[in-house]
Design a protein around this ligand. Structure first.
Ligand SMILES: NC(=O)c1ccc[n+]([C@@H]2O[C@H](COP(=O)([O-])OP(=O)(O)OC[C@H]3O[C@@H](n4cnc5c(N)ncnc54)[C@H](O)[C@@H]3O)[C@@H](O)[C@H]2O)c1
Length: 341
């Protein structure tokens, strides 16, 4: 069995590669390598990964072989970047996902795993969203995921099965660490400044998933025998890992001694508040418990973050994806469409 992972050099990719290696799954990688991370490059060397450095917008059919499955992680991967680079977000997250899915189908790839997001549910007041709930994407990022799912469903067939994994908000340590994710931000603040500043009033709901659990879900998706359906969209996380933001901060202050948190009582209501029902995934995969619960995720981050050289004002640093991309533009390495110059 051989897999192609597109977008394997970001935050999720390195954890996924280690997970698949531990399961003796062979894989190739394909990525434009925006983040040029040394630790990720070392991992590729260590695992002897056949890596193609290419923009998904330039991929030609001959570059997609008859893999058993293609995993599509490549994305402009959050709301702030989606707002600033709207066209590129739709191009990379949606149009290219569909173009590559079509190529994959044509060359005989049997399975396409798409990294989607629970953010497509928008706001939910006290109601746990299931796969049957109405989608209300509020941002370009979330809209790009909805459009991808709609088109992937149409493309799916008996010989080309598609699974769209609607992931909860990721957390946990990765060799290519991102700090624009809520738990990663809180743990870093707690370690570096002993103070967690919650930018909202602390009331929004957010489901969390550790990157190892995301990797396990992708592995499960690769292996899962789809008999009845050609297309499956699944909420991926654990129902017990839905949290109110303030409670996440509280938990961090319990584990990291001597730090406190402050909330912004005057903040306008955060539109991105949702809780999600993951029962369907839990039943289908039999993953009733997460590999990494909230405590484990915090402890894993503490160990990882202490090994990184993170500046105290990390919210202005390149550990934030948007800052990294803006920097590349400033240095004239990429243009406004996020194309290497
Ligand atoms: N991190 C989360 O909270 C989360 C939650 C739900 C879903 N997801 C989805 O999971 C996937 C992986 O997320 P991540 O956190 O690893 O994102 P990331 O931004 O860390 O990594 C994305 C990777 O895609 C590559 N890429 C971007 N544009 C490309 C292009 N034009 N051509 C080739 N490669 C390109 C980047 O170089 C990078 O290595 C994304 O699709 C994301 O939307 C992430």
């Amino acid at each position: 069995m051989k897999i192609l992972i597109i977008g394997n050099m970001g935050y999720v990719g390195p954890v996924l590669m280690e997970y698949l290696s531990s399961k003796k799954i062979k894989y190739d990688g394909l990525d434009v390598n925006f983040f040029n991370n040394k630790k990720v490059k070392n991992l590729l060397k260590k695992k002897k990964v056949h890596q193609t450095y290419i923009d998904v917008r330039d991929i030609k059919e001959y570059q997609i072989k008859k893999y058993n499955a293609v995993v599509y992680l490549a994305a402009i991967s959050n709301d702030p970047m989606g707002n600033e680079f709207q066209k590129t977000t739709f191009d990379v997250n949606w149009r290219m996902a569909i173009k590559i899915a079509k190529m994959s189908k044509k060359v005989g790839v049997k399975k396409f795993i798409f990294a989607s997001s629970c953010s497509m549910y928008g706001i939910s007041k006290n109601k746990f969203k299931t796969e049957k709930s109405k989608l209300k994407p509020l941002t370009s990022y979330a809209k790009s995921k909805v459009r991808s799912e709609t088109d992937l469903k149409k493309l799916s067939s008996k010989d080309f099965k598609v699974i769209s994994l609607r992931f909860a908000t990721a957390c946990g340590y990765s060799k290519n660490l991102r700090l624009d994710l809520v738990l990663n931000d809180f743990v870093t603040s707690a370690i570096l400044t002993k103070n967690i500043t919650i930018l909202s009033d602390g009331s929004p709901w957010r489901p969390l998933i550790h990157v190892k659990d995301m990797s396990r879900a992708i592995y499960w998706g690769i292996k899962f025998k789809m008999i009845k359906n050609n297309f499956l969209a699944l909420n991926v996380g654990n129902t017990k890992m839905n949290y109110v933001i303030e409670d996440i901060a509280k938990k961090v202050t319990k584990i990291i001694k001597g730090c406190k948190y402050t909330i912004n009582k005057n903040a306008p209501a955060d539109k991105r508040s949702y809780s999600v029902d993951f029962t369907k995934y839990e039943k289908l995969s039999n993953h009733k418990k997460p590999l990494m619960n909230l405590n484990d995720s915090i402890k894993d981050l503490v160990i990882g973050i202490k090994k990184e050289k993170i500046p105290n004002n990390f919210r202005n640093s390149t550990y934030i994806r948007l800052n990294f991309i803006r920097n590349l533009i400033k240095q004239k390495k990429i243009d406004k469409n996020l194309r290497f110059i």
